[in-house]
Design a protein around this ligand. Structure first.
Ligand SMILES: [Zn+2]
Length: 839
């Protein structure tokens, strides 16, 4: 209670003293400030027994136990103060340029938990940490470094950064420390934290004010976390317009420019670097009301959530965004960096506060918390160790060597890891309570179905949320202290797929209000003590198709993504399964599925730990596919090159490819210097078996050139090359994340100087390669089904997915794709010109 008074007093004083600083929802626990929606202060929500509270408990145990002196060691060294603590390892080791970032997360984690739990010990640890950092900051000038500087590495990193030298991410670390200090102030009223923070802000101002805009934009090329976010957030407390102006110095034109014009240039960009900048834009929108920031933040959110995210809500492959729409064609053991979702959740919540009727933000929030963030933590670790990535290839696991940052799927450790994800988890795992409830005027919004008690003090209302969700289809809100208000409960968007509609009851009866998936159900009445609002959310197993591959699905049950449990024996790539073999097993949302003649257990993904797992599954198409899928004869003398089946767009000549005559018809000449044919997207999609056949004439042979290459990127493709380093032609096929390729090696290279009829047939796990109707190579044990190729985005003749490979020099003609694996005699007939079935 004492702390609560302190909190209110500190924030009230800040808001009153500030000139021009709008008191704001985030900084005011009372919810009295008009605004679209207000968060509920952390100390008004008490979590009840649940998976959320268990996760929080493990991380709290870490926050209580981690040795502050060990984390302060490098700060003290940098400030020239004595220190005898044992150095930390991982990214906090004394030689690592990111050192210090974990202390920022620790400040935030301690502030969040001390406020939420009203825990003096956690608050005292925070105060001690702040005081020790203040000592370091005070000692800095005597070392010859700029007053106000506070970091665990010397200021020279910034001199190097400004000089264009290669440094890791110095402002990223500064941002974490500043955000931690701000949290200590705004959640606990720690005045020393504000003083230290203002000292750092002065230092940021000194360093950046002397840089030209051009040089500053170069500085921003190096990851800088959410510097614009923390400075704009600071303005809400201080009201000092200079803090808002400082935030604008950290606007990165290279990313904000296109986003403001609603252009998606994210492919190939480091995801978490950009997400943090956009979280800042969302806060700048709140601070300034400028539409530009709103456009940047909302357009980015839409693009990432709808075009760059995996089924669990995470994004990025090996930390980078791929082209829009590539999901299954971008699998790997290091997809979904967990920090990215930490930041996407911040962005979602920030946007939701201003646009609370857009429940999509909170649908995404819940889905990602359930399917990525809860599961990032090892439930068997006493201190809440987490993975760095959530891998989604078939070989992914949560079981790597403990503590190693470099080992995908490994859990962190107390002192040997300190990855960015170990850091963000110190916040993620302890702030579930901050998004369960919000208020808006006289309405309370029930958002996340986390068992908890809300004290809505301003209205003397108390609610108890009781549920076993997500392992329970019922959510009950029990009124413990009543009043006249609107109770608004989120009806999750996923219920639209459930088969049965969600149902709302108040005291056992329909309240006669709309209960539509993806909206709030609103019940306004005078609530009496003992009133019960119950929301029934029917859950059934639903297969969700991947956006880039209609044959590949993930299994969900209500809000849960399920994973196949593979212990120590992962499949080489995504298995092909018959969904008809799915059968319920004992336990909520537990199933089994027949895969490669054995039963694989399917469990909620968040519960799968210490083993390999698989999340995406291929299924044979339900409708029969055409026998002849596409045929390009290249015989048109003018206009486009048409597909004879009429289903596909024209083939396009590019890079200097040209029409030539061949036997009275046409063909395409490729100049070996950029000339190629672009075929339409998606050609091999949904084919469980197939044949590719075409004519090719080489004028010269180059290793790794491509006769054809149908795929999406340099990790997902199928191609034929005239010759590899082994001196033979090779067909190869691969899905991103699969170990190795499926290959069919010919017994010879593709001939030069004459037309050759080439054909590849794939079916029933067997691949065959033919030249002129004669089999020249076979693979009797393909690991992957061509179904996994999906809606290929880049389909070429004469060009590789890999830009380093040579172009084909020669000519191509009569490309055909069949939806069946033709028999040997059919391929021979095709070569002889006597095969005319399905034409
Ligand atoms: Zn990270």
């Amino acid at each position: 209670m004492a702390r609560r008074t302190l909190l209110g007093a500190a924030l009230g004083a800040g808001a009153v003293a500030a000139v021009g600083a709008p008191a704001r929802a985030l900084a005011t626990p009372s919810g009295t400030i008009p605004g679209p929606a207000s968060p509920v202060a952390l100390d008004r929500v008490r979590l009840l027994e649940s998976r959320y509270r268990q996760n929080m408990g493990r991380t709290v145990a870490y926050l209580r136990s981690v040795d502050l002196d060990r984390l302060l060691h490098t700060f003290r060294m940098t400030a020239g103060l004595p220190t005898s603590a044992e150095p930390c390892g991982g990214w906090e080791a004394p030689h690592v340029q990111l050192r210090g970032h974990s202390t920022g997360h620790l400040l935030s984690g301690l502030a969040l938990t001390a406020c939420h739990l009203g825990d003096d010990e956690l608050a005292d640890r925070g105060s001690r940490l702040v005081a020790a950092l203040a000592d370091c900051q005070a000692a800095i000038p005597a070392t010859g470094q700029t007053p106000g500087y506070l970091s665990a590495f010397p200021e020279k990193a910034f001199v190097d950064l400004e000089a264009g030298k290669n440094v890791w991410a110095p402002y990223y670390t500064i941002h974490k420390i500043m955000a931690g200090l701000l949290d200590q102030h705004r959640l606990l009223g720690n005045e020393q934290a504000m003083a230290v923070l203002l000292g750092m802000v002065g230092w940021v101002d000194t360093r950046t004010s002397r840089l030209s805009r051009e040089v500053m934009q170069k500085v921003l090329h190096t990851e800088f976390g959410g510097m614009n976010e923390v400075l704009a957030n600071l303005w809400f407390v201080t009201g000092d317009p200079h803090h808002l102006e400082l935030a604008t110095r950290f606007e990165h034109d290279e990313i904000f420019g296109p986003l403001a014009e609603r252009r998606n240039t994210l492919a190939g960009r480091h995801a978490n670097t950009d997400i943090a900048k956009v979280v800042g834009a969302a806060v700048q929108w709140e601070a300034t009301g400028e539409d530009r920031y709103h456009t940047i933040a909302t357009y980015f959110w839409d693009q990432v959530v709808h075009h760059h995210s995996y089924v669990i809500g995470g994004n990025s492959n090996a930390e980078f965004f791929g082209p829009p729409g590539q999901v299954v064609s971008q699998l790997g053991e290091n997809t979904c960096e967990n920090c990215n979702s930490y930041n996407m959740l911040k962005l979602s919540r920030q946007l939701f506060l201003r646009e609370p009727d857009r429940t999509e933000y909170m649908d995404y929030y819940e889905w990602t918390v359930l399917n990525q963030m809860l599961g990032e933590q090892d439930p068997d670790s006493a201190h809440g160790n987490v993975t760095y990535y959530t891998g989604l290839s078939s070989t992914a696991s949560r079981k790597g060597k403990e503590g190693l940052v470099s080992d995908p799927g490994s859990y962190s450790s107390d002192y040997g890891n300190f990855s960015c994800d170990h850091g963000t988890a110190m916040e993620t795992q302890v702030k579930f309570a901050d998004s369960v409830y919000f208020t808006q005027d006289d309405a309370v919004l029930v958002n996340l179905f986390v068992p908890s008690v809300l004290d809505w003090e301003e209205r003397c209302v108390r609610l108890r949320l009781e549920t076993g969700y997500p392992y329970d289809e019922r959510v009950r809100v029990v009124v413990e202290r009543g009043g006249s208000f609107e109770l608004r409960i989120r009806v999750p968007g996923w219920t639209e797929r459930a088969g049965q509609p969600p149902a709302l009851r108040v005291n056992g009866r329909s309240p006669g209000v709309v209960c539509r998936p993806g909206s709030y159900a609103r019940v306004r009445r005078t609530w009496q003590e003992g009133d019960v609002l119950e929301l029934a959310l029917p859950m059934t197993p639903i297969w969700l198709a991947a956006p880039d591959n209609p044959a590949v699905h993930a299994l969900t049950h209500g809000p849960l993504v399920l994973a196949g449990r593979y212990a120590d024996d992962p499949p080489p790539t995504l298995p092909v399964v018959d969904p008809g073999t799915l059968r319920p097993e004992t336990g909520f949302a537990e199933y089994s599925l027949e895969v490669d003649e054995r039963r694989i257990r399917m469990s909620p993904f968040l519960d799968v730990h210490h083993e390999h797992y698989n999340v995406y599954w291929a299924q044979p198409p339900q409708l029969p596919q055409p026998k002849l899928v596409a045929r390009y004869g290249f015989d048109e003398l003018t206009g486009g090159f048409r597909d004879a089946t009429g289903r596909w767009a024209d083939a396009v000549l590019a890079g200097g490819a040209s029409r030539i005559d061949r036997d009275g018809g046409g063909a395409v000449a490729l100049n070996g210097a950029g000339g190629h044919v672009v075929l339409p997207e998606g050609l091999p999609s949904e084919l469980a078996e197939l044949t590719v056949a075409m004519l090719v004439r080489l004028d010269a042979i180059a290793n790794s050139a491509r006769v054809f290459d149908l795929g999406s990127n340099s990790q997902t493709y199928m191609f034929l090359t005239p010759r590899t380093g082994l001196g033979r032609a090779r067909f190869a096929m691969k899905l991103s994340g699969m170990e190795g390729e499926d290959v069919i090696d010919a017994d010879r290279a593709l001939p030069v100087g004459s037309w050759t009829h080439v054909a590849i047939t794939l079916g029933a796990g067997v691949g065959r390669l033919y030249f002129d109707g004669v089999e020249v190579g076979r693979n009797p044990a393909l690991k992957m089904s061509p179904l996994l190729l999906g809606r290929t985005q880049r389909n070429y003749l004469g060009r590789s997915q890999n830009p380093r490979h040579p172009w084909l020099a020669g000519a191509v003609d009569d490309f055909r794709l069949y939806g069946v694996a033709l028999a040997g005699e059919d391929v021979a007939a095709l070569h002889a010109g006597s095969f005319d079935r399905w034409e």
